[in-house]
Ligand binder design. Structure first.
Ligand code: SF4
Length: 326
C-alpha cells in the first residue's frame, strides 16, 4: 500500500554552542538522525521513547512545523521539504497537530469559538454564520456542548481543553494528524477518554495518526504499528502485536518491562527486568559510538561500541537495528 506519509533518511541537527569564552565551539545536536518511516492511510503509528529522544521533533518535521536538516518527507507523494510558502500552506490543510499541553496550546484571551475558527480564517474562510456552524459541529464531534463556544479556556478542565485542541486540529478536515503526547498532561482518569475519542474520530473521519508517547502502555490501545526511538534513531518498528509479544531490541524489551503490570505474579518479574535499564539517556550532543544504546544495554558486545547496527527485517514488517539480530 502506498504510504500517506514517508520520511526518507530525515535528520534534524541543531547547532549548539559549548565551552567558555576562550574555548567556545559549535557542535551539532543530533535530535533526529537518519530516520526512515512510512505511515499508511488509516493507520495509527505509535512513536515511543524517553524524553529527549527526538520523537516530538520528528513528528513536527513530518508536517514541516520544523524544517529538516537532511532527507525527504513525502505527503501523499509530494516532497514537502521543498515546497514554497504558498504550496506549503495549501498542503498544511491536510496535516495538523494536537499538542501535549492543552493548558499552554490554547490562547487564554480567545473564546473557544475563535480558537476553533482561527485555522478556517487563516485558510480563507469568513467569520460568518456558515463558519460558526462548522465550529458548533466540531464541538459536537468532540463531545462538547454548543454553549462552550462563548467560554474561555480557563473555564474548562484539562480533558475538555484537549477536546477543544482536537476540534481545532480537525476543523480543516486533515488527513494526517500528529498527536504529540496528547494525554501526558492529563489525569490518568481522563487519559482513556481522550484516547477513545481520538480512536472514534479516526474511524469516523478516516484519519491517519502519528501518536507520540513516552511509554508503551499509552499507545497500546490505539496503535496499528509501533516505532521505538532512542537518541535520534528509530531502533525497532513492528505491528503492535509483534512488538508487544516478541520485541527484538533490548531497549524495546526494557520499555515493555516498564509498563505497569496489574498481575502480582508478573509484577516482580517486570521489576527485575526494569533494573536492567539503569542510567539516564546520554546527551544527543555526545551520542555514544556504535550502537547508541550500548552504554545501557544488558547484552552489549565489543562490536556494539564501534559499529552502528544496520536496520534488518528478520520477519516481514518487523524492522530492528541490533547486532544480536542480523
Ligand atoms: Fe545492545 Fe549491541 Fe544490540 Fe545495541 S547492538 S542493542 S548494544 S546488543
Amino acid at each position: 500500500m502506498k504510504p500517506l506519509v514517508e520520511a526518507i533518511a530525515v535528520s534534524k541537527h541543531y547547532a549548539v554552542q559549548t565551552g567558555g569564552f576562550m574555548r567556545r565551539q559549535t557542535i551539532p545536536l543530533r535530535a533526529v538522525d537518519g530516520v526512515n518511516l512510512r505511515i499508511h492511510p488509516g493507520e495509527t503509528l505509535g512513536l515511543v521513547g524517553e524524553s529527549g529522544c527526538g520523537k516530538s521533533t520528528l513528528g513536527r518535521m513530518l508536517i514541516r512545523l520544523v524544517p529538516t536538516t537532511d532527507g525527504t518527507i513525502l505527503f501523499d507523494g509530494t516532497d514537502i521539504t521543498s515546497l514554497g510558502p504558498k504550496e506549503l500552506r495549501a498542503t498544511r490543510r491536510g496535516m495538523q497537530i494536537v499538542f501535549q499541553d492543552p493548558f499552554g496550546a490554547l490562547n487564554p484571551r480567545m473564546t473557544v469559538e475563535d480558537i476553533i475558527m482561527e485555522p478556517l480564517l487563516i485558510h480563507g474562510a469568513r467569520a460568518n454564520a456558515e463558519t460558526r456552524t462548522k465550529v458548533t459541529d466540531m464541538l459536537g464531534l468532540v463531545g462538547l456542548p454548543a454553549r462552550a463556544r462563548e467560554r474561555f479556556p480557563h473555564e474548562f478542565s484539562g480533558g475538555q481543553r484537549q477536546r477543544v485542541g482536537i476540534a481545532r486540529a480537525l476543523v480543516l478536515h486533515p488527513r494526517f494528524v500528529v498527536c504529540d503526547e496528547p494525554v501526558s498532561a492529563l489525569d490518568v482518569s481522563v487519559q482513556a477518554q481522550i484516547v477513545n475519542l481520538l480512536a472514534d474520530l479516526q474511524a469516523e473521519l478516516g484519519l491517519t495518526y502519528l501518536f507520540i508517547a513516552h511509554d508503551l502502555g499509552v499507545v497500546k490501545h490505539i496503535s496499528t504499528r509501533v516505532a521505538v526511538m532512542y537518541l535520534g534513531k528509530v531502533v525497532e518498528i513492528a505491528d503492535k502485536r509483534a512488538l508487544y509479544d516478541a520485541p527484538l531490541h533490548p531497549y524495546t524489551q526494557a520499555l515493555i518491562a516498564a509498563v505497569p503490570v496489574a498481575h502480582p505474579a508478573l509484577r516482580a518479574q517486570a521489576r527485575q527486568q526494569r533494573q536492567r535499564i539503569a542510567g539516564d539517556i546520554p546527551s544527543a550532543l555526545h551520542p555514544p559510538s556504535g550502537c547508541r544504546f550500548h552504554t545501557r544495554c544488558p547484552h552489549v558486545m565489543p562490536v556494539c561500541k564501534t559499529q552502528e547496527p544496520a536496520v534488518t527485517e528478520p520477519v516481514p514488517g518487523h524492522q530492528v537495528a541490533c547486532h544480536l539480530i542480523g
